[in-house]
Design a protein around this ligand. Structure first.
Ligand code: PMT
Length: 215
């Protein structure tokens, strides 16, 4: 049985005990991929940020994380045991340098937060990837989708990248539907027009793993 690791949802980067930085990811795209992979006979490890979705059935493992650092630790520990990984999570790119231990009190002026880069987990996986492993990323862009996605495909040493437009209500973050263009490391370009995330997840897996079949 082939083993696949899938990440989903947002991460939360704490500012103080009551506030955090996050994004609009609902987890729907990643959870749909996990469900579709279970249906195709994969042993699925789902690593999820905080979402309100029900946990998919018949997973090999479910790992709940909150921050980008927790997601990085969970992913890097498991990746060497996997045949493939799909990074669908919207991992925060920046986190506060200092987390205040007590609630930050408001005063008359502005509040300045200093942010530092989080680890690019996908890029780390691209460096340690073995020849038998397939590494798939997502690219969430508001513009220049093809150029940015193909740059990430190369820079992160991916086999495939699923590029989707965000910042619209009919697709991307939170919507039940999505559209992606899949770019492959060997020049493949496959367009999947707008459809439900469940349907799209099936189509993405069929394209990347044609030898597996849904039951
Ligand atoms: O969750 P939904 O509401 O269903 O929305 C789905 C989605 C829009 C979140 C999903 O389809 C999607 O695009 N996920 C990737 C979001 C993202 O973070 O894209 P990016 O272009 O910023 O990052 C590129 C890739 O690097 C992604 O695979 C991401 O998981 C990975 N990454 C990013 C930052 C980081 N620190 N570590 C990473 O591994």
């Amino acid at each position: 049985m082939k083993k696949i690791l899938i990440t989903a949802g947002p991460t939360r980067e704490a500012i103080d005990p009551v506030r955090y930085i996050t994004n609009y990811s609902s987890g729907k795209m990643g959870y749909s991929l996990a469900e579709a992979a279970v249906k195709r006979g994969f042993a699925v490890t789902l690593i999820s940020g905080p979402v309100t979705l029900s946990r998919p059935e018949h997973l090999a493992e479910f790992v709940q994380v909150v921050s980008a650092a927790e997601m990085a630790e969970a992913v890097k520990k498991r990746f060497p045991l996997m045949d493939a990984a799909i990074m669908c999570a919207a991992v925060a790119d920046y986190r506060p340098v200092c987390i205040s231990q007590s609630k930050i009190k408001k005063n008359g002026g502005n509040l300045l937060l200093t942010l530092e880069r989080t680890e690019d987990i996908l890029q780390t996986l691209g460096k340690i990837k073995q020849p038998h492993q397939q590494l798939i990323g997502f690219a969430a862009e508001t513009d220049s989708l093809q150029a940015y996605a193909q740059e990430k495909l190369r820079r992160k040493n991916l086999d495939w990248i699923a590029a989707n437009l965000v910042g619209r209500t009919d697709r991307g973050f939170q919507s039940d539907d999505n559209a992606v263009t899949l770019y492959g490391a060997h020049g493949e370009i496959i367009d999947f027009p707008l459809c439900s995330k469940r349907e799209l997840a099936e189509k993405i897996l069929q394209a990347i793993f044609p030898e597996s079949s849904s039951f």
